[in-house]
Design a binder for this molecule. Structure first.
Ligand code: HEC
Length: 270
Protein backbone atom coordinates (compact mmCIF):
# COMPACT_ATOMS: atom_id res chain seq x y z
CA UNK A 1 0.00 0.00 0.00
CA UNK A 2 1.47 3.33 -1.07
CA UNK A 3 -0.30 5.61 1.34
CA UNK A 4 -0.96 4.86 4.96
CA UNK A 5 -4.49 4.32 6.19
CA UNK A 6 -4.63 7.52 8.27
CA UNK A 7 -3.89 9.72 5.33
CA UNK A 8 -6.52 8.05 3.22
CA UNK A 9 -9.11 8.29 5.98
CA UNK A 10 -8.49 12.02 6.36
CA UNK A 11 -8.93 12.46 2.63
CA UNK A 12 -12.24 10.57 2.68
CA UNK A 13 -13.42 12.54 5.67
CA UNK A 14 -12.71 15.86 3.94
CA UNK A 15 -14.63 14.66 0.90
CA UNK A 16 -17.54 13.62 3.10
CA UNK A 17 -17.63 17.04 4.79
CA UNK A 18 -17.62 18.67 1.38
CA UNK A 19 -20.53 16.54 0.23
CA UNK A 20 -22.51 17.39 3.34
CA UNK A 21 -21.98 21.09 2.76
CA UNK A 22 -23.04 20.88 -0.86
CA UNK A 23 -25.97 18.46 -0.69
CA UNK A 24 -26.68 17.75 2.95
CA UNK A 25 -29.81 18.68 4.84
CA UNK A 26 -29.49 19.96 8.40
CA UNK A 27 -30.56 17.59 11.19
CA UNK A 28 -32.24 20.47 13.02
CA UNK A 29 -34.95 21.32 12.29
CA UNK A 30 -35.46 19.26 9.11
CA UNK A 31 -34.82 15.66 10.17
CA UNK A 32 -36.30 16.22 13.60
CA UNK A 33 -39.50 17.65 12.17
CA UNK A 34 -39.84 14.66 9.82
CA UNK A 35 -39.27 12.20 12.65
CA UNK A 36 -41.81 13.95 14.83
CA UNK A 37 -44.48 13.99 12.11
CA UNK A 38 -43.89 10.32 11.26
CA UNK A 39 -43.98 9.36 14.94
CA UNK A 40 -47.29 11.18 15.40
CA UNK A 41 -48.77 9.50 12.32
CA UNK A 42 -47.78 6.06 13.65
CA UNK A 43 -49.30 6.73 17.06
CA UNK A 44 -52.51 8.10 15.54
CA UNK A 45 -52.86 5.03 13.32
CA UNK A 46 -52.42 2.79 16.38
CA UNK A 47 -55.00 4.74 18.38
CA UNK A 48 -57.35 4.64 15.38
CA UNK A 49 -57.02 0.85 15.05
CA UNK A 50 -57.60 0.41 18.79
CA UNK A 51 -60.76 2.54 18.65
CA UNK A 52 -62.11 0.66 15.61
CA UNK A 53 -61.29 -2.70 17.24
CA UNK A 54 -62.98 -1.74 20.50
CA UNK A 55 -66.18 -0.25 19.12
CA UNK A 56 -66.61 -2.58 16.16
CA UNK A 57 -66.42 -5.68 18.33
CA UNK A 58 -69.07 -5.98 21.00
CA UNK A 59 -67.94 -8.01 23.98
CA UNK A 60 -67.92 -11.55 22.64
CA UNK A 61 -69.07 -10.61 19.09
CA UNK A 62 -66.03 -10.24 16.83
CA UNK A 63 -65.66 -7.14 14.64
CA UNK A 64 -63.50 -6.63 11.54
CA UNK A 65 -60.37 -6.45 13.71
CA UNK A 66 -61.22 -9.50 15.82
CA UNK A 67 -63.02 -10.08 19.12
CA UNK A 68 -62.18 -8.48 22.47
CA UNK A 69 -61.00 -11.86 23.63
CA UNK A 70 -61.53 -15.44 22.59
CA UNK A 71 -62.03 -17.47 25.73
CA UNK A 72 -61.07 -17.07 29.38
CA UNK A 73 -57.58 -18.33 30.21
CA UNK A 74 -57.55 -21.79 31.82
CA UNK A 75 -54.86 -21.96 34.51
CA UNK A 76 -55.15 -25.74 34.88
CA UNK A 77 -54.64 -26.56 31.23
CA UNK A 78 -52.22 -29.36 30.45
CA UNK A 79 -52.29 -29.27 26.67
CA UNK A 80 -51.10 -25.73 26.04
CA UNK A 81 -47.64 -25.57 24.54
CA UNK A 82 -45.99 -22.22 25.20
CA UNK A 83 -44.20 -20.89 22.12
CA UNK A 84 -42.61 -17.52 21.41
CA UNK A 85 -43.55 -15.24 18.51
CA UNK A 86 -41.88 -16.28 15.26
CA UNK A 87 -39.15 -13.62 15.39
CA UNK A 88 -37.83 -15.22 18.58
CA UNK A 89 -37.70 -18.74 17.14
CA UNK A 90 -33.93 -18.50 16.60
CA UNK A 91 -33.34 -17.71 20.29
CA UNK A 92 -35.91 -20.32 21.25
CA UNK A 93 -34.05 -22.94 19.24
CA UNK A 94 -30.69 -21.88 20.70
CA UNK A 95 -32.19 -22.75 24.09
CA UNK A 96 -32.90 -26.24 22.84
CA UNK A 97 -29.36 -26.73 21.59
CA UNK A 98 -27.80 -25.54 24.84
CA UNK A 99 -29.60 -27.39 27.57
CA UNK A 100 -30.55 -26.46 31.06
CA UNK A 101 -28.65 -26.08 33.33
CA UNK A 102 -25.03 -26.73 32.28
CA UNK A 103 -24.73 -24.80 29.03
CA UNK A 104 -27.88 -22.65 28.99
CA UNK A 105 -25.76 -19.62 29.92
CA UNK A 106 -24.14 -19.75 26.47
CA UNK A 107 -27.50 -19.41 24.74
CA UNK A 108 -29.11 -16.82 27.04
CA UNK A 109 -26.17 -14.53 27.74
CA UNK A 110 -23.06 -15.72 25.91
CA UNK A 111 -23.92 -15.70 22.21
CA UNK A 112 -26.33 -12.71 22.24
CA UNK A 113 -23.85 -10.61 24.24
CA UNK A 114 -20.91 -11.42 21.98
CA UNK A 115 -23.03 -10.60 18.90
CA UNK A 116 -24.19 -7.29 20.41
CA UNK A 117 -20.69 -6.23 21.45
CA UNK A 118 -19.39 -7.02 17.95
CA UNK A 119 -22.21 -4.94 16.46
CA UNK A 120 -21.66 -1.99 18.84
CA UNK A 121 -17.93 -2.09 18.16
CA UNK A 122 -18.36 -2.11 14.36
CA UNK A 123 -17.65 1.63 13.83
CA UNK A 124 -14.47 1.30 15.91
CA UNK A 125 -12.86 -1.73 14.28
CA UNK A 126 -14.22 -1.42 10.75
CA UNK A 127 -12.64 1.92 9.83
CA UNK A 128 -11.80 1.54 6.18
CA UNK A 129 -13.83 3.81 3.91
CA UNK A 130 -14.27 0.99 1.39
CA UNK A 131 -17.96 0.12 1.03
CA UNK A 132 -18.10 -2.03 -2.13
CA UNK A 133 -19.28 -5.53 -1.11
CA UNK A 134 -16.74 -7.19 -3.44
CA UNK A 135 -13.90 -5.47 -1.58
CA UNK A 136 -15.13 -6.47 1.88
CA UNK A 137 -14.87 -10.27 2.00
CA UNK A 138 -14.75 -10.60 5.80
CA UNK A 139 -17.81 -8.42 6.37
CA UNK A 140 -19.73 -10.14 3.57
CA UNK A 141 -18.96 -13.65 4.83
CA UNK A 142 -19.94 -12.59 8.38
CA UNK A 143 -23.20 -11.08 7.14
CA UNK A 144 -24.11 -14.13 5.04
CA UNK A 145 -23.26 -16.49 7.91
CA UNK A 146 -25.43 -14.42 10.29
CA UNK A 147 -28.41 -14.41 7.94
CA UNK A 148 -28.06 -18.12 7.14
CA UNK A 149 -27.64 -19.22 10.76
CA UNK A 150 -30.57 -17.08 11.93
CA UNK A 151 -32.64 -18.42 9.06
CA UNK A 152 -31.80 -22.03 9.90
CA UNK A 153 -32.43 -21.51 13.62
CA UNK A 154 -35.75 -19.78 12.88
CA UNK A 155 -36.78 -22.65 10.62
CA UNK A 156 -35.74 -25.27 13.18
CA UNK A 157 -37.57 -23.35 15.92
CA UNK A 158 -40.71 -23.11 13.78
CA UNK A 159 -40.79 -26.84 13.06
CA UNK A 160 -39.67 -28.08 16.50
CA UNK A 161 -42.24 -30.22 18.24
CA UNK A 162 -42.70 -30.06 21.93
CA UNK A 163 -43.26 -32.52 24.71
CA UNK A 164 -46.52 -31.48 26.38
CA UNK A 165 -45.79 -28.93 29.09
CA UNK A 166 -42.91 -30.80 30.59
CA UNK A 167 -40.93 -33.96 30.15
CA UNK A 168 -42.51 -35.38 33.27
CA UNK A 169 -45.84 -35.74 31.52
CA UNK A 170 -44.32 -38.46 29.37
CA UNK A 171 -43.99 -40.57 32.47
CA UNK A 172 -47.75 -40.59 33.12
CA UNK A 173 -48.43 -43.83 31.14
CA UNK A 174 -45.68 -45.51 33.19
CA UNK A 175 -47.22 -44.27 36.44
CA UNK A 176 -50.70 -45.39 35.32
CA UNK A 177 -49.35 -48.84 34.51
CA UNK A 178 -47.49 -49.23 37.76
CA UNK A 179 -50.31 -47.90 39.94
CA UNK A 180 -53.00 -49.63 37.91
CA UNK A 181 -55.13 -46.56 37.03
CA UNK A 182 -54.60 -46.70 33.26
CA UNK A 183 -58.36 -47.24 32.69
CA UNK A 184 -59.39 -44.41 34.99
CA UNK A 185 -59.60 -41.35 32.72
CA UNK A 186 -60.03 -38.93 35.59
CA UNK A 187 -56.97 -40.23 37.42
CA UNK A 188 -54.88 -40.05 34.22
CA UNK A 189 -55.98 -36.43 33.71
CA UNK A 190 -55.01 -35.78 37.32
CA UNK A 191 -51.62 -37.38 36.74
CA UNK A 192 -51.07 -35.07 33.75
CA UNK A 193 -51.87 -32.09 35.96
CA UNK A 194 -49.63 -33.42 38.70
CA UNK A 195 -46.76 -33.68 36.20
CA UNK A 196 -47.08 -30.10 34.94
CA UNK A 197 -48.16 -28.23 38.08
CA UNK A 198 -44.82 -28.17 39.86
CA UNK A 199 -45.83 -30.70 42.53
CA UNK A 200 -42.62 -32.62 41.82
CA UNK A 201 -40.50 -29.62 42.80
CA UNK A 202 -41.27 -30.55 46.41
CA UNK A 203 -42.67 -34.07 46.31
CA UNK A 204 -41.23 -37.29 44.99
CA UNK A 205 -43.37 -39.80 43.09
CA UNK A 206 -42.21 -43.28 42.03
CA UNK A 207 -38.61 -42.15 42.08
CA UNK A 208 -39.24 -38.87 40.18
CA UNK A 209 -39.10 -35.32 41.46
CA UNK A 210 -37.07 -34.01 44.35
CA UNK A 211 -37.87 -34.03 48.06
CA UNK A 212 -37.87 -30.45 49.31
CA UNK A 213 -39.13 -28.45 52.27
CA UNK A 214 -40.15 -31.62 54.08
CA UNK A 215 -42.73 -32.71 51.51
CA UNK A 216 -43.49 -36.44 51.71
CA UNK A 217 -43.27 -39.01 48.92
CA UNK A 218 -46.72 -39.33 47.33
CA UNK A 219 -46.33 -42.73 45.60
CA UNK A 220 -48.56 -44.43 48.15
CA UNK A 221 -50.52 -41.48 49.51
CA UNK A 222 -53.79 -43.09 48.35
CA UNK A 223 -53.49 -45.73 51.04
CA UNK A 224 -54.15 -43.24 53.83
CA UNK A 225 -56.74 -40.86 52.37
CA UNK A 226 -59.41 -40.63 49.66
CA UNK A 227 -60.12 -38.26 46.76
CA UNK A 228 -62.57 -36.07 48.69
CA UNK A 229 -59.94 -35.44 51.35
CA UNK A 230 -57.27 -34.57 48.76
CA UNK A 231 -59.61 -32.10 47.01
CA UNK A 232 -60.08 -30.25 50.29
CA UNK A 233 -56.40 -30.51 51.10
CA UNK A 234 -55.25 -29.06 47.75
CA UNK A 235 -57.81 -26.25 47.89
CA UNK A 236 -56.53 -25.15 51.25
CA UNK A 237 -53.37 -26.84 52.57
CA UNK A 238 -53.04 -24.24 55.33
CA UNK A 239 -56.22 -25.54 56.91
CA UNK A 240 -54.44 -28.86 57.38
CA UNK A 241 -51.44 -27.22 59.00
CA UNK A 242 -49.42 -27.14 55.76
CA UNK A 243 -48.17 -23.60 55.32
CA UNK A 244 -45.44 -24.58 52.85
CA UNK A 245 -47.68 -25.65 49.98
CA UNK A 246 -49.77 -22.93 48.35
CA UNK A 247 -53.48 -23.34 47.62
CA UNK A 248 -54.32 -24.95 44.28
CA UNK A 249 -57.95 -23.77 44.25
CA UNK A 250 -57.15 -21.67 41.17
CA UNK A 251 -57.10 -24.92 39.17
CA UNK A 252 -60.85 -25.14 39.56
CA UNK A 253 -63.03 -27.86 41.07
CA UNK A 254 -62.87 -30.21 38.06
CA UNK A 255 -59.08 -30.23 38.02
CA UNK A 256 -58.88 -30.63 41.79
CA UNK A 257 -61.16 -33.65 41.54
CA UNK A 258 -58.91 -35.13 38.84
CA UNK A 259 -55.88 -34.61 41.09
CA UNK A 260 -57.83 -36.16 43.94
CA UNK A 261 -58.68 -39.23 41.84
CA UNK A 262 -55.04 -39.56 40.83
CA UNK A 263 -53.77 -39.29 44.42
CA UNK A 264 -56.38 -41.77 45.64
CA UNK A 265 -55.31 -44.20 42.89
CA UNK A 266 -51.69 -43.86 44.01
CA UNK A 267 -51.32 -46.84 46.31
CA UNK A 268 -47.65 -47.55 45.80
CA UNK A 269 -47.98 -49.98 42.91
CA UNK A 270 -46.81 -53.56 42.89
C1 HEC B 1 -43.57 -25.79 47.86
C2 HEC B 1 -43.52 -27.20 48.05
C3 HEC B 1 -44.74 -28.02 47.68
C4 HEC B 1 -45.40 -28.08 46.48
C5 HEC B 1 -45.08 -27.32 45.22
C6 HEC B 1 -46.46 -29.02 46.64
N1 HEC B 1 -46.44 -29.54 47.90
FE1 HEC B 1 -47.71 -30.94 48.62
N2 HEC B 1 -46.83 -30.79 50.45
C7 HEC B 1 -45.70 -30.04 50.74
C8 HEC B 1 -45.33 -30.26 52.12
C9 HEC B 1 -44.15 -29.61 52.83
C10 HEC B 1 -46.24 -31.19 52.64
C11 HEC B 1 -46.26 -31.81 54.05
C12 HEC B 1 -46.96 -30.89 55.00
C13 HEC B 1 -47.13 -31.50 56.35
O1 HEC B 1 -46.47 -32.51 56.62
O2 HEC B 1 -47.97 -30.99 57.08
C14 HEC B 1 -47.17 -31.50 51.56
C15 HEC B 1 -48.24 -32.38 51.68
C16 HEC B 1 -49.02 -32.81 50.63
C17 HEC B 1 -50.06 -33.79 50.74
C18 HEC B 1 -50.49 -34.51 51.99
C19 HEC B 1 -49.72 -35.76 52.12
C20 HEC B 1 -50.25 -36.64 53.23
O3 HEC B 1 -49.55 -37.59 53.51
O4 HEC B 1 -51.32 -36.35 53.73
C21 HEC B 1 -50.57 -33.97 49.50
C22 HEC B 1 -51.69 -34.92 49.09
C23 HEC B 1 -49.85 -33.08 48.62
N3 HEC B 1 -48.93 -32.40 49.34
C24 HEC B 1 -50.10 -32.98 47.26
C25 HEC B 1 -49.51 -32.04 46.45
C26 HEC B 1 -49.90 -31.83 45.07
C27 HEC B 1 -50.92 -32.64 44.30
C28 HEC B 1 -49.13 -30.80 44.63
C29 HEC B 1 -49.18 -30.14 43.26
C30 HEC B 1 -50.49 -29.75 42.77
C31 HEC B 1 -48.28 -30.38 45.72
N4 HEC B 1 -48.54 -31.14 46.80
C32 HEC B 1 -47.34 -29.36 45.62
C33 HEC B 1 -45.06 -29.18 49.88
C34 HEC B 1 -45.41 -28.94 48.57
Amino acid sequence: MARDLGERNREWFARYKDDVKKEGKPFFPRAMLHDTIMGLVTILVMIGLAVVWYYDADGTEPGILGPWYTEPAEPGTTDFIPRPDWYFYFLFYLLRIFEWPETVFIATVGIPTVALVLLLGLPFYDRRPERRPSRRPVAMVAAVLTVVSMGVLTWKGATATEALGSELIELVPEWAEEQGFADDEQAVAGADLFAVSGCLNCHTYLGQGSANLGAPDLSAVGRTNDAAYFVQYLANPAQFGNTVMGSYSYLGQENLEALGAFLEASKGGG
